[in-house]
Design a protein around this ligand. Structure first.
Ligand code: 9YT
Length: 134
């Protein structure tokens, strides 16, 4: 069994701060744990408004706190996000995420992330990103 603590993990290189200033993510479970998915606690900073397109991954996102919306770009539909909302990008949906108040999200990725991924210019994560160490 693997047991980890968020507050402890936040003090390590499992905590990734996005260079775009929109979010940070502490990656509690990663590819080298061999679970077939990764699990992260992500903070979307208040005022963030950015586009993503996970062409190489499927992602589920559960809102634990805060307020915002997600928009699917294929149809322009906007879905409010509040604590208890989950959105599931089952079609590699291109989307925009907006945080009206800082949001805490629990995120699951399949295939699992290696560790150091940040968005490329398409808003995707590359499959060959660097793992975290230690
Ligand atoms: C909700 C979302 O996709 N935010 C970007 C960060 C991502 N969840 C991650 O890498 O943990």
């Amino acid at each position: 069994m693997i047991v980890r603590d968020l507050a402890e993990a936040e003090k390590t290189n499992r905590r990734i701060v996005s260079p775009d200033g929109n979010w940070e993510s502490t990656r509690l479970l990663l590819k080298d744990d061999n679970m077939g998915f990764s699990f992260h606690i992500t903070t979307i900073y208040e005022g963030a408004d950015f586009q993503m397109h996970y062409q190489n991954h499927l992602e589920s996102v559960f809102c634990m706190s805060g307020e915002g919306e997600v928009e699917t770009l294929v149809d322009g539909k906007r879905y409010p996000i509040k604590p208890g909302t989950v959105y599931i990008l089952d079609k590699h949906d291109e989307h925009v995420l907006r945080a009206f108040k800082q949001m805490k999200m629990a995120c699951v990725f399949n295939p699992p992330l290696n560790g150091k991924e940040v968005h490329n210019t398409d808003g995707a994560y590359e499959l060959e990103a660097e793992p975290v160490t230690g």
